[in-house]
Structure formats: structure tokens, C-alpha cells
Design a protein around this ligand. Structure first.
Ligand code: ADP
Ligand code: CA
Length: 440
């Protein structure tokens, strides 16, 4: 069709993007669909042949006109950027987009080489290292918990005395609350530090690396899902986390939007999230920020250069509006993003929520009963169990996954929250002991 038009002397503007897709992701499909709906041709950069085969199928299924596939090593962003740069010599590109945070580092390095819009080098890396992130936020004057970087038990004691208890000990390099532990008594510090070190080792990180000791900030927690456009934060949704997150471990269970905090408080939260992103040097792309609100004042907890994790992106999609992936693609192409609906502080209209079903204790998942009843609770749109029966499950602070997800959509945040809780109450989750010792 395009060739025909070109033969007739009609100029056809084709938009092309490379999607950087890790073999382990389940998020590629949403991006293929978005590209297809926006008329964008996509090529795929991935780290596995197998994935590439699957992507080809997914690409053609989504009619996104996959342009080709290139193999890259995602552990080596500069090497991967080389490959994409070479590819761009024969196939001019308008954008390079990572479908998750790690792929985003590769996409950013490639976009920089190609003279496409990108974040300053180092900004995404800073957001992945909590010590660098805290230092950048401090330089930017962001309100955040008082903290120290500690290595030894003596450091930790001294830090706790100076900051005051309760405090939170956490690794600099992990995510999903892995290894994040509240400490109330000084005598618990050595054991907690030891436990964090074991979690680091199990995650393949240096167990001796410095960790953070932060003042525990009480109060409600919110997550801000947004997209940076030239340094301005466009709020996609602010989620309340209505389950108290008081520790000692910090399982995030419920996310519900819109937030029920006062508009003035929400304004401060959004301003703080935007300022934190800028302090890290981020100017564009999706961000997921977490903040605590203590007596109306936001305290910055963390910010990641990615959209809301995994399955949760589904709760962002509002009927008939932009999908998260469409927003991300448009942003990376420098296209105009939608403006906020009238009288709304966020793009997402209507109430929705998700529960990341917690793993109550470590063991082996024996069975999950009650799925049919849970799914039939009004307003519940989906209940997914992500672990097979017979598989081991590990609770926090050592664990690194959820048991599954419950999604709901409804007229108000309170009703959505109620529906999710009702659905959860229908589930009978049986976890039995692991035969033999649990390896932590
Ligand atoms: P991760 O990257 O592992 O998610 P976070 O820094 O986001 O690490 O910590 C996980 C959770 O632990 C947060 O969502 C919050 O509930 C809790 N938390 C972390 N730091 C603090 C703090 N200083 N005060 C209170 N709660 C905290
Ligand atoms: Ca977090």
C-alpha cells in the first residue's frame, strides 16, 4: 500500500520504533497492540532466540508489521545499543522503547546514540541504586526520611542512635520490598543486618555491600504512576495502599485509585514525585514513585524509571482511553500526550484496583480453592493465580514474587477496595511445609 502511494509520488510518513523486549517479560503484547493501533512499525531487540520466535508470532498477531528482530545482550546496554545503532543504518528509527526498567536502560543508551529523545546517561542507573537515589534526592532538597549508609553492625548501631528508632534496614539494589525490614529495638540490629545480607546473597548480589538504614516514616503510603514529558509529570494515576504498611516486612497488597487523600495533599504528593524525578535527572518516560504521607507532608520513598510492575498495568487501562503502552510509545516518539480530563488530577477515570495476593508464609503451595466464588464477586474483573500447585513459595522479606492478582473496577475507590477484599476472603490458600529445611 505504501509503495503504491510512493509510486504515485505521494509521500508516506512511516513511524518506526524498536521495542526492547527481555525474554522474561510478559508485557510485550500490550506494546505490540499499542503500536498496531497507532500505525507504528516495530522491530524487536531481545536477548533470546526463543523469545524472538514468540515475538514474531505476537507481532504478526497484533498486525504491528514486525520489521525484524535483532539479538542483544541486555546485561550490556552499550553493546546492545551498538547493535540497535547498526540496525538503524538500514532501518531509520523514530524511537527505541524498553518494555520494562532493564530494557529501558538499553533503549535509552540506543536512543542517545541515534540522536532521539532520551534521559541523561546515569539518570536511570541512579534510580536503580537506592544509595545514589537518596543522594540525588538530598541534593535536590526532596523531603525524605533521615538515613545513613551502613556496612557494619557498629555503623548500624551508631546510625540508629543518631536517627532514632524505629528504623528500616534495606538493601540498595533490590526491589519488591525484598530485604526491607523494620527494626524497633537496638538489640535486633545485628540479626536484621545478617538477614538482609543473606537476602542479598540469595539474590546474587554482594552480601557485604553497604545497606541503607532509614528513619521509619509512619502514615499512609501512595504510589504515583506517571509519565515525564520534558520534565513535567503527567499523572496517570495515584494509588492509595489502604493496607497499613507498618512492617516489620512490607508486602504491598492493595493498590486502589483514585486516591482518597485531600486534593491539597495529592497536589503536594505529585509535586514531590515530579521534583524527585528531576532530582534524579529523569526528564521523560514512565515513572513509578512511592511516597509516605505523614501529617499531610509527603516523604519520598523511592522512584523507578518504569511503569507499574507487571500485571498491575492492567488496572491502569480505562475503557476507551489511552492504554499505558500507548502513552509510553507516544512519549518516546515525542508525540503530544493527552491532557488531564476536566476536574481530574489524573488521566485514569473511574475507580480501579489490584491486590497483589500476599504469600502468608513460606512453604509449598498445595491448593487455592474458591476461585469461582472470588471471580463472581461484583466488580471483580479478574483473579489470577501465578503459582502452580506444588511450587515452593517464599514469604517476605526473602520472597520475590506474589501468589497472584485480583483486579476490580467500579464506581468508587471504596467499593473497589471492598470488592477486592471480598474476593480475597473467598480464597482458601493452602501452603504446606517444605519437606526438609527451608533454604533462606
Ligand atoms: P523496594 O525497592 O524493595 O520496593 P522500598 O524502598 O520501596 O524498596 O521499600 C519497600 C517498602 O518498605 C515501601 O513501600 C514502604 O512501605 C516501606 N519503607 C521503605 N522505607 C521506609 C521508610 N523509611 N519508612 C517507612 N516505610 C518504609
Ligand atoms: Ca518500592
Amino acid at each position: 500500500m505504501n509503495t503504491l502511494l510512493q509510486q504515485r509520488g505521494i509521500m508516506v510518513v512511516v513511524t518506526r520504533a524498536v521495542l526492547v523486549v527481555p525474554s522474561t517479560t510478559y508485557r510485550a503484547d500490550g506494546f505490540f497492540r499499542a503500536a498496531a493501533s497507532m500505525g507504528i512499525e516495530v522491530a524487536i531487540a531481545s536477548d533470546a532466540d526463543l523469545a524472538i520466535g514468540a515475538m514474531r508470532t505476537a507481532g504478526s498477531r497484533a498486525k504491528s508489521g514486525a520489521l525484524g528482530v535483532v539479538k542483544v545482550c541486555l546485561e550490556d546496554p552499550e553493546g546492545a545499543a551498538d547493535v540497535i545503532e547498526r540496525f538503524a543504518r538500514s532501518t531509520p528509527l523514530d524511537a527505541v522503547v524498553g518494555v520494562d526498567e532493564r530494557a529501558g536502560m538499553v533503549a535509552n543508551a540506543a536512543a542517545m546514540r541515534l540522536g532521539l529523545p532520551h534521559n541523561p546517561p546515569g539518570a536511570i542507573a541512579a534510580s536503580r541504586d537506592k544509595i545514589a537515589m537518596r543522594a540525588a534526592a538530598a541534593r535536590g532538597g526532596i523531603n525524605q526520611p533521615e538515613l545513613r549508609v551502613v556496612t557494619t553492625v557498629d555503623d548500624a548501631r551508631e546510625a540508629a542512635r543518631s536517627i532514632g528508632l524505629p528504623c528500616v534496614v534495606k538493601p540498595a539494589s533490590l526491589s519488591g520490598s525484598r530485604g526491607v525490614i523494620r527494626v524497633d529495638e537496638e538489640r535486633d540490629l545485628p540479626g536484621t543486618l545478617e538477614r538482609v545480607r543473606k537476602v542479598l546473597a540469595a539474590a546474587g548480589e554482594d552480601p557485604c555491600s553497604p545497606v541503607l538504614l532509614e528513619k521509619f516514616v509512619p502514615g499512609a503510603e501512595v504510589a504515583v504512576e506517571g509519565i515525564l514529558d520534558g520534565g513535567r509529570l503527567l499523572p496517570i494515576a495515584v494509588f492509595d495502599k489502604p493496607d497499613p504498611l507498618d512492617g516489620p516486612y512490607f508486602e504491598e497488597t492493595l493498590y486502589v485509585t483514585p486516591s482518597r487523600h485531600e486534593p491539597a495533599v495529592l497536589r503536594r504528593v505529585l509535586d514531590a514525585a515530579e521534583a524527585a524525578a528531576l532530582a534524579l535527572g529523569l526528564e521523560r518516560g514512565p515513572v513509578h514513585a512511592e511516597l509516605r504521607i505523614d501529617r499531610g507532608q509527603p516523604f519520598f520513598i523511592e522512584l523507578a524509571a518504569r511503569s507499574i510492575g507487571g500485571y498491575c498495568s492492567r488496572s491502569v487501562v480505562a475503557e476507551g482511553s489511552w492504554t499505558l503502552e500507548e502513552l509510553i510509545l507516544s512519549n518516546s516518539l515525542g508525540w503530544e500526550l493527552p491532557s488531564l480530563p476536566e476536574d481530574s488530577a489524573q488521566l485514569v477515570i473511574g475507580a480501579s484496583g489490584v491486590m497483589m495476593i500476599p504469600i502468608a508464609r513460606s512453604g509449598v503451595l498445595q491448593s487455592v480453592e474458591g476461585l469461582v466464588s472470588a471471580r463472581s464477586v461484583p466488580m471483580v474483573t479478574e483473579v489470577t493465580i501465578a503459582v502452580h500447585s506444588g511450587q515452593p513459595v517464599v514469604a517476605l522479606p526473602e520472597g520475590d514474587r506474589y501468589l497472584g492478582f485480583i483486579f476490580a473496577r467500579g464506581p468508587s475507590a471504596a467499593e473497589v477496595e471492598g470488592a477486592i477484599r471480598d474476593a480475597y476472603a473467598e480464597l482458601d490458600i493452602r501452603i504446606v511445609d517444605v519437606p526438609g529445611p527451608i533454604v533462606e
